[in-house]
Ligand binder design. Structure first.
Ligand code: 13P
Length: 251
C-alpha cells in the first residue's frame, strides 16, 4: 500500500513573512495527520526559515527547482547540496513551467535528477502533455519520451526512490482538471512503463501523483483511482484551509 503524498508547489508566490504565516497555519491545520507524506515547496529564499519551522512536524520541505552542478560560476543557480543544507528533502524537477518558460529539456531534467540523488534529495519528476498533444492523441508518446529522456541511465534502485508527477499542461492553473478516468489512464500507463522498463517491485512502489487544478472538491475522486497516489497542488496550496482539506480528503 503506497502512502499518499501531497505536495504544495507555491510557485513564485509568498514573501518570507507570508511563507512563515502559511506554514504556521498549516502546522495547526495538519497537526493530527500521520498517514500521509505532506510536503511544501516554497520559493528558494524562504526555504531555510521554513525548514526551522517544520523540523519537528509532519510537514516535509521541498524546492521547486535545482541546478545540476555542485558549485561554481553559474550566476543565479542553486545546487543540490545548497538545498540539502537549507533543509530540503525533496525537489521538483522538470515542471512544465520550467520546460515552457526556461526551455528545460529532458536532458537537463536527467542531469538534475542524478545530481539531486547524489546528495540524497528525492526528486519529484514532472511529466505531462499539452492541450494540442492530447488533441492529436500524443499523450502517451509524449509522456513516454519524457520518462525515457528524464530517467535515462538510472538503475532500478534510483528509480524506486523517485516520485513521479503527472501534470497535464492544459489542467495547470486553468481550473480544468483531468477527469479521474483521464488521469488514471495516464497513471496506469506510467506504472506499466515502470514495470516494463525496471521491475514489478519498482512499479508497485513508486508513487505517481497527479497535478493540475487539484481542489478540495475533486481530491477524493482522483485519489480513489488505483494508480493515483497523491497530488501536486499549485493554487490551492496557497491557502492553508484548502491545502488542509486536500490532505484530509486524500486519506
Ligand atoms: P494548479 O494546482 O494551480 O493547477 O497547479 C498545478 C501545478 O502546476 C503544481 O505543480
Amino acid at each position: 500500500m503506497r502512502k499518499p503524498f501531497i505536495a504544495g508547489n507555491w510557485k513564485m508566490n509568498k514573501t518570507i513573512r507570508d511563507s512563515i504565516e502559511l506554514v504556521n497555519s498549516l502546522r495547526r491545520e495538519l497537526l493530527d495527520i500521520e498517514n500521509a507524506d505532506i510536503i511544501v515547496c516554497p520559493p528558494y529564499i524562504a526555504l531555510s526559515e521554513i525548514s526551522d519551522l517544520v523540523v519537528d512536524s509532519n510537514i516535509g520541505l521541498g524546492a521547486q527547482n535545482v541546478y545540476w552542478e555542485e558549485s561554481g560560476a553559474f550566476t543565479g543557480e542553486v545546487s543540490p547540496l545548497m538545498l540539502k543544507d537549507a533543509g530540503c528533502r525533496y525537489v521538483i524537477i522538470g515542471h512544465s513551467e520550467r520546460r515552457k518558460y526556461f526551455s528545460e529539456t529532458d536532458e537537463a531534467v536527467n542531469k538534475k535528477i542524478k545530481a539531486s540523488q547524489n546528495v540524497g534529495l528525492i526528486p519529484i519528476v514532472c511529466v505531462g502533455e499539452t492541450d494540442e498533444e492530447r488533441e492529436s492523441k500524443k499523450t502517451t508518446s509524449v509522456v513516454e519520451s519524457q520518462l525515457q529522456g528524464g530517467l535515462k541511465g538510472l538503475d532500478s534502485e534510483s528509480v524506486s526512490k523517485l516520485i513521479i508527477a503527472y501534470e497535464p499542461v492544459w489542467a495547470i492553473g486553468t481550473g480544468k482538471t483531468a477527469t479521474p478516468e483521464q488521469a488514471q489512464e495516464v497513471h496506469r500507463f506510467i506504472r506499466d512503463w515502470l514495470r516494463n522498463n525496471y521491475s514489478s517491485d519498482v512499479a508497485e512502489n513508486v508513487r505517481i501523483i497527479y497535478g493540475g487544478s487539484v481542489k478540495p472538491s475533486n481530491t477524493k475522486d482522483l485519489i480513489k483511482q488505483s494508480d493515483i497516489d497523491g497530488a501536486l497542488v499549485g493554487g490551492a496550496s496557497l491557502e492553508s484551509s484548502f491545502f488542509g482539506e486536500i490532505v484530509k480528503n486524500s486519506l
